[in-house]
Design a protein around this ligand. Structure first.
Ligand code: 5GP
Ligand code: ZN
Length: 119
């Protein structure tokens, strides 16, 4: 294991070294509630392996990832926590990526929630 991955907060969550509220899991991805949610139910979809950006995620995980995103989003809609949702992915620092382990935000939205500045 390289030092980079030992220091990575999402790798440590993936390994269970840091506690988190996992809401869903597949072979290669897991979903946790964001610790600083933009809205109730704000979820992060995280690959179990350490990839930095979207460009590093292998194409052969594409279908699993799409199905996983849809599952997380539709669960939020079914639980009546959202009338809609934003999918946001920040890639590298200049685009707002703080955690250097690829992750996709699923942000529940409701009419008049006043959330601005998603990108
Ligand atoms: P970024 O700006 O890198 O796209 O967003 C990183 C996100 O990770 C932020 O929304 C932040 O609140 C969330 N985050 C950072 N550390 C932790 C953590 O230890 N656990 C969880 N569940 N979320 C985290
Ligand atoms: Zn990592």
């Amino acid at each position: 294991m390289s030092k980079r991955e030992d220091d990575c907060i999402f790798c440590r969550i993936a390994k269970g070294e840091i506690k988190s509220e996992k809401v869903l899991e597949s072979n290669n991805f897991f979903a946790v509630l964001d610790i600083h949610p933009k809205s109730e139910g704000h979820t992060l979809i995280i690959p179990k392996k350490h990839f930095v950006t979207l460009l590093d995620i292998p194409n052969n995980l594409g279908q699993e990832l799409l199905e996983f995103i849809k599952k997380v989003a539709s669960n939020l809609m079914d639980q009546k926590r959202a009338d809609g949702f934003n999918i946001v992915m920040n890639n590298l620092e200049c685009a707002g990526q703080i955690v250097r382990h690829a992750h996709i935000h699923v942000i529940p939205r409701n009419e008049g929630d006043g959330i601005i500045g998603m990108v």
